[in-house]
Design a protein. Sequence first.
Lengths: 240, 240, 240, 240, 240, 240
Amino acid sequence: MTEVRVLNPNTSQPMTDAVAAAARAVARPGTTVTASCSTTAPASVETAVDEVFGAAGVLAQVERGEADGVDGYVIACFGDTGIDAARERAAGPVVGMTEAALQSAALVAHRFTVITMPPRTIAMTDRVVRALGLGHRCTVRAVDVAVADIESGAGPAYAAFAEEARTALATDGAEAVVLGCAGLTGLVSALRASLGVPVIDGVAAATVAVEGLLAQGITTSRAGTFAEPVGSATTREVWG
Amino acid sequence: MTEVRVLNPNTSQPMTDAVAAAARAVARPGTTVTASCSTTAPASVETAVDEVFGAAGVLAQVERGEADGVDGYVIACFGDTGIDAARERAAGPVVGMTEAALQSAALVAHRFTVITMPPRTIAMTDRVVRALGLGHRCTVRAVDVAVADIESGAGPAYAAFAEEARTALATDGAEAVVLGCAGLTGLVSALRASLGVPVIDGVAAATVAVEGLLAQGITTSRAGTFAEPVGSATTREVWG
Amino acid sequence: MTEVRVLNPNTSQPMTDAVAAAARAVARPGTTVTASCSTTAPASVETAVDEVFGAAGVLAQVERGEADGVDGYVIACFGDTGIDAARERAAGPVVGMTEAALQSAALVAHRFTVITMPPRTIAMTDRVVRALGLGHRCTVRAVDVAVADIESGAGPAYAAFAEEARTALATDGAEAVVLGCAGLTGLVSALRASLGVPVIDGVAAATVAVEGLLAQGITTSRAGTFAEPVGSATTREVWG
Amino acid sequence: MTEVRVLNPNTSQPMTDAVAAAARAVARPGTTVTASCSTTAPASVETAVDEVFGAAGVLAQVERGEADGVDGYVIACFGDTGIDAARERAAGPVVGMTEAALQSAALVAHRFTVITMPPRTIAMTDRVVRALGLGHRCTVRAVDVAVADIESGAGPAYAAFAEEARTALATDGAEAVVLGCAGLTGLVSALRASLGVPVIDGVAAATVAVEGLLAQGITTSRAGTFAEPVGSATTREVWG
Amino acid sequence: MTEVRVLNPNTSQPMTDAVAAAARAVARPGTTVTASCSTTAPASVETAVDEVFGAAGVLAQVERGEADGVDGYVIACFGDTGIDAARERAAGPVVGMTEAALQSAALVAHRFTVITMPPRTIAMTDRVVRALGLGHRCTVRAVDVAVADIESGAGPAYAAFAEEARTALATDGAEAVVLGCAGLTGLVSALRASLGVPVIDGVAAATVAVEGLLAQGITTSRAGTFAEPVGSATTREVWG
Amino acid sequence: MTEVRVLNPNTSQPMTDAVAAAARAVARPGTTVTASCSTTAPASVETAVDEVFGAAGVLAQVERGEADGVDGYVIACFGDTGIDAARERAAGPVVGMTEAALQSAALVAHRFTVITMPPRTIAMTDRVVRALGLGHRCTVRAVDVAVADIESGAGPAYAAFAEEARTALATDGAEAVVLGCAGLTGLVSALRASLGVPVIDGVAAATVAVEGLLAQGITTSRAGTFAEPVGSATTREVWG
């Protein structure tokens, strides 16, 4: 059995359940999907301050995952919070929902759009887009919805995403849509039906990407950037 | 059952067998991997002229695949020959071994190298690297080995690849290696053991990528670039 | 006498006549302009599938041209279909109408726009724009006109191009316009008069570019990418 | 009086003293330079795991600084650890030593080199280089020296930096050198004398940059990315 | 005492007085700000022809400044006219108002806009944006106001700048505004109050940047591009 | 009759004669090639200070050319000194030898190298390479030869260029060579014979490019950047 664990950088149990379900829906028969979340903060990742707490939470979750013998990880937060540290600490591969969503989109569309939320987080998406070099093929848009609204049911968010997506299809040359937040899986099928183009949920994309790396027998390179952090502290040593 | 077909743009049956085996080695339990190849030319894809024949061959293979109800396709030739036409013609997703290998590498290394062959094909790899925007993270190198030599056993190629890879690790900051040719699967485990970094075979990478798109329930967008080519001829109409 | 042959990847004789006339209108006194077209398909190049047939047609035309002792070639199709193979096979220089138009525009304007057709072909133009690196200086737009409409007289197309060009001048900072399709020569003078900016027909631009390379005494480099394809088949060998 | 505080993401008091001294050496007459450091970890910032602890430490230091009425901040760690969160939390401007050093170098040289340490941190520098868009004007190199060695006196590091710098001047076209680590101020004058080109210490560069922003009367924009993180927790709330 | 001289490439004494005042408003206590301007032409820098005269004027001013023992220079013209020659000729550092404004903006905002004037000068700003590599973080806009109107009081210009800035904040994701012309200092405080984001005057930004380089003890590298122009004529030798 | 005038920014009559001859060697039968040079300075263009004088000289030459009814211009100096002002002032098209050489190279080679001289002028070439966006396809190298040595016969320069070119072919993947200085026409045939790849002289390339624009009936756009500089002074008004 292969265990893929979905790491939620925030503390929301409903969102953790939602991303675990999204991962399970696409996982291979032989994969067990588990999920964990941060313990104290952040409630959601909407600011760079939240990302500091979120990255710490991801690192702590990876340390626990390594003790549990987890085979690979998905980071279920748009912006891929804490991914570099997770890659150093985990023996197995780690894939962020943002990078995976962008990669899937690039395989099914010439140009595409990412719709994230709230608007101030556009810079977090830009960071991943630039790291992958995909700026010439996608636009980054945002809807002005708070992450908390998503958790309480995607209803109000649906209309905002659909409208923004239609604008992107009409004016950006976008041919596919990436949903820029974890916990939006519930919007996927309605948006696909309504828009008639691929709509991508990064948690699903990252889950199959991790499974794909495991099937290929590869994990994070230890040759340089992501070598084992032998001299570095653990979250337990620092924060107990 | 899901059928993924590996399309070999050249006419070599041994290479077709080899890439089918490489795909089967990583495929999900529920996936049936089949393979086909071109019928008249090219013997191998080493020139742009070969790519013209190879693209025609890929298109013909996709037309046959659609008649057979194939669910998704892998293009097993470095440079992803014929991929745009294949995406238009196929109902299901199509992934090239080059783009998939580059994407896998970007998930396990900060910088990496592609080692293709022979040197004149570097431009074909550059084309894919630029389409994905990954030029800032990889170098493209080549070994002076003919594709025919690969088919007759990877022996002589092994030393050339190993040496070029070591140079890339030492001087390019590369942390992973992409093998830039189909049919090199036999080199993978020896190179991994010797180099100590991820070594990626694009056929394996593309196979899991196609499966991943199928698991996500998405296929090529029909919204623009890859809309169905309704007015276009078929290879049968043109070449019989 | 120097012979420049204009290669039309599609099978339309009227368009072949039109592009030949466009080339003759700008050619040097000592240049003989001839023209040829594809024989079976495509009727026009509007899809990637069409490009597969168009590239095969271009290659066959070059093979014939080499037998005829042609000195240089123009590829008269936006997207420069088949150009890499043509460069390998031809002894003399080969210039695509897209690359030549972009280069001419860059010599007369800081920013410019390309207006192609139909919209799904934007990706073909993007490919050339990126190969040349001119993305920071041009936008790529499209009008929703079928290539067939052009052949039957440019009337309906004129209004669409003029309107799209005016939008580009007003909103993109464009200072010149490239017509993104062969066979639009008939629109050039009316558009120039109406818009008051340079309007560029790629067939004319490519014709003078080929002549310019011939006058400089240079042709395609044989040092790597475009070395003679000695082991590759000919179209006659493959398709009879 | 204006107070600029130098934030050391690591826990080393000697390094904190060193960077404070480097800042004081360039500060305006009316500026009071203070300094603080992290409390529990990291000992130095050499891994992405260290950056997680370092970013938390920077954020905690900014929270203290805000209580103290600090006017502006310098982040004294190559890679500018924690800078986005610091910008959100601080009322006044925040400048990282990496971005400031790159900007100073761009004002005195056409091309330049950054020499960081140890080699695995090159990716951290790449991140800042790309965020600023300066990849076309600089190379990023590294010497294989541990940060701990720097603290115990720059002696052994000097030779390594001088040699790497000479290679960059000879082979990269570099015309100036950025020292890619805090605590290297002691190397500056010897390297300048020996190399005959500008040698830039980022702590000095960032100090004058913060003062310059204060003199211009500007601070971080609150219009989007760096708006006040009103809903986000504080480090005290999370870690006590 | 340190002397920073503000060089106005045009011949307007009111603008020279205005930029000197802008520099003095931000300079360190120990800095003496002086200013000079061109003698015959241009009246303002609005064309590339004006830049030819402006560059000659800047060079002549630097030659005079060197005789006067000036420590560092600011070029007070958007587009940084003549900066490369000034860097060669001056012993001390030279900073252009455009590059400095862009650098300051990059320290306080994720994305920003430059509003220059008149529209035909956008290419001059693009040149500096590309030299710094900041194209991914800023847009370049223009208002259709003549430079002469600025001199006669910024009144009419204010409304135009405010409106264009609001459009940029709403549609470009801009979080800060750079005023793209010397002599606009008078607009700064009203625009800041009205827009609620950082508004940057390049003369102020360049003044603190020159002071910052002087405080760091660095000046233009003599290692290559900006080596002393020993064989080159002086403006006095050429034009008397 | 069409008159193309070659503008030499420096004062060397031998070099003026050489570039005129280079242009005549490739010009159309119906073209009269004339040439002019600067009057007082610079002796050669090797520094940014030289470029200030060179740009003024080019502008004066264009003013004279316009009075003479010249149809189009070539700027015969690597770096294309003064080209923007020339474009504004001239009714007909203006092409720089650098931009034309880069464009010709891009039509005959996947990658190429520019070999300029002396090394400090690399930044001038970089400026043109970036304006055209060709950085991904060429390297810029330099030989340490003074321009004066070229005038006295290309003998000593030949060996330096040949060696640097061989290095570029072997290590940069270059497939063609651009000679980065006017007056090197004498080296072209020997280098072509020796290297076996296209060797491009920018004066020849620019001559056919100007003729090509004239044949297309297009000249510099007046829509924005290069609109007529109606309010700008003339060199006669400024310098007599």
